[in-house]
Write a new protein. Structure first.
Length: 164
C-alpha cells in the first residue's frame, strides 16, 4: 500500500531539500521540532496475509546541521478499523526507537522498536492508522535541531504465503 502522511498533522508539511550534487536525490522529509511534541499520521490497509499480531517499526531519519553526536527518540502507535467500525477510538500504546547521529545529510536507520500492539480488533484487510512522533520529552532525545523523518519500515508477521 501507499503511505500518505496527514497534512493536518503538527509536524512540518513535506519539505524538499536539494542536496549539493546535481545527480543526488532531493530529500523529501517531515521535520520534527526539537522542543515541541509533534506527530504525523499515515494509514494503509494491511494485507490479508498479516497474522493480526504485533508489529515493530524502524525509523529512517537525518538532520540539517552538523552537530556533536545527539539522540533522537521516535515513537509509533496504531489503530485497526474494519468495515462499519468506529474510527473515533484510542490508538494503542506507543513503542520507541532511540538512535543517535552527528553528521549533516547522513541517513540514520534507528534500531527496531519493541512489539507494538495495534488497538481495535485487527483483522485481514483492516485499515490501520499510525501516528509517528518525535518524543522530545524523553531524556535520550538531545538533538537541538529538527529531526527529518524520511520514512518508516513496518515489520509484520504473516501467516499465509500470499493474499489470495
Amino acid at each position: 500500500g501507499s503511505l500518505q502522511f496527514n497534512p493536518a498533522a503538527f509536524c512540518s508539511v513535506l519539505t524538499q531539500y536539494p542536496l549539493g550534487v546535481s545527480t543526488a536525490p532531493d530529500l523529501i522529509t517531515l521535520n520534527f521540532d526539537p522542543t515541541n511534541q509533534e506527530y504525523a499520521e499515515f494509514s494503509f490497509a494491511m494485507p490479508k496475509s498479516w497474522d493480526e499480531g504485533t508489529i515493530t517499526f524502524v525509523p529512517y531519519w537525518s538532520h540539517p546541521t552538523t552537530t556533536g553526536t545527539a539522540g533522537v527518540v521516535w515513537s509509533l502507535r496504531g489503530l485497526a478499523c474494519g468495515n462499519a467500525e468506529n474510527m473515533d477510538a484510542a490508538m494503542g500504546t506507543e513503542q520507541t526507537s532511540t538512535d543517535s547521529g552527528a553528521t549533516l545529510n547522513y541517513l540514520y536507520i534507528g534500531p527496531e522498536s519493541s512489539a507494538i500492539t495495534i488497538a481495535g480488533s485487527p483483522a485481514a484487510n483492516n485499515l490501520c492508522f499510525f501516528r509517528v512522533s518525535r518524543v522530545v520529552g524523553n531524556g535520550s532525545d538531545t538533538l537541538a535541531t529538527d529531526a527529518r523523518l524520511h520514512g518508516v519500515m513496518l515489520n509484520i508477521t504473516i501467516d499465509a504465503n500470499n493474499d489470495e
